[in-house]
Design a protein around this ligand. Structure first.
Ligand code: ZN
Length: 302
């Protein structure tokens, strides 16, 4: 009994300690200026884009917690001097969308039709009650152009990769591209096969996104980058697709594939999840996903 209580005490202390630490990390935001009118906010979750238009602030993604959404809102409005009038969600994952409910109902929330579908199907528990007011209310399938104030914002679904519903955002006057999670900068990517993601098609999707004449690129996770950085990531995704293709062709098991895979283009990559003790996105994970797609072991859920 006593041992049990000691163990219980340690578990409680760990949970509280880790929880407190995670909350502290989650609430610290780092702002980086890109142009006079465009900033990036970094924190626990996907990188947020903040654009001043002269007729309100546009945000790209809102991170992981409603409280983070509120903190992002405060920082963004202080940067631009304009209220947030529009949120663009690059895809449905919680580390890019769960801050949405911190904003006023009636805010324009833009996403692809597929993203709205996944939010409702795969994350339904979160989007109930008043949170549902901040679900995307302006959706498109392939391309969408928004003119607001003195800015032109081009939205494009360039193809499958991270999911099959991601959009990228091109800020025309700034010549900056926000890639969402189609670009993880020097980090292991999540590949959401269940939501239509694809290792095989990811590289072609990057080519489509790179037709936009951007000089600076905001990745979904990691440091500010450019097209040269994207090409490095693209080469890694091509190597990964090749690992899957060869494994399927040679009929290799997952164990054999993990053992034999000669994948070195990820040297220096780190896991984007900064929460201690929560591992997940690593070398083994991405090879597993490549194998699952190539062999048909995992297919999208319709
Ligand atoms: Zn994601």
């Amino acid at each position: 009994m006593r041992i049990f209580l000691i163990v219980l005490g340690i578990v409680v202390a760990l949970v509280l300690g880790v929880g407190g630490y995670v909350y502290q990390v989650a609430m610290s935001l780092e702002v980086e200026r890109i142009t006079d009118d465009l900033h990036m906010i970094k924190g626990l979750g996907g990188n947020v884009g903040v654009l001043a238009t002269g007729e309100g602030t546009v945000l790209v993604d809102t991170m992981t917690l409603e409280a983070q959404g509120a903190a992002i809102r405060e920082r963004a409005e202080a940067l631009t001097g304009e209220p947030v009038v529009m949120i663009i969600n690059t895809h449905y994952h919680l580390d890019h969308t769960h801050g949405n409910p911190a904003f006023d109902s009636g805010t324009r929330v833009v996403a692809t039709e597929r993203t709205l579908g996944y939010l409702k199907e795969l994350d339904a528990d979160y989007w109930t009650g008043t949170a549902a007011d901040l679900l995307p209310n302006e959706t498109f399938e392939h391309e969408h152009v928004i003119e607001l104030g003195n800015k032109t914002i081009r939205l494009l679904h360039p193809g499958r990769g991270h999911t099959d519903g991601d959009l990228v955002v091109y800020f025309e006057e700034e010549r900056v591209l926000h890639m969402g999670d189609l670009y993880f900068n020097e980090m292991y990517p999540n590949i959401d096969l269940e939501a239509g993601g694809s290792v095989r098609e990811w590289s072609a999707t990057l080519d489509t996104a790179m037709t936009l004449p951007a000089t600076t690129v905001i990745p979904g996770h990691g440091e500010l980058s450019d097209k040269a950085g994207m090409r490095v990531f693209q080469a890694f995704m091509e190597d990964l697709a090749e690992v899957g293709r060869k494994a399927a062709e040679e009929g290799k098991s997952l164990e054999e594939t993990l053992r034999d895979a000669d994948l070195t283009s990820d040297a220096g990559y780190v896991s984007p999840i900064e929460i201690p003790f929560v591992a997940g996105l690593d070398h083994e994970f991405v090879i597993t996903r490549a194998w699952e797609e190539a062999t048909g072991a995992v297919a999208p859920t319709d």
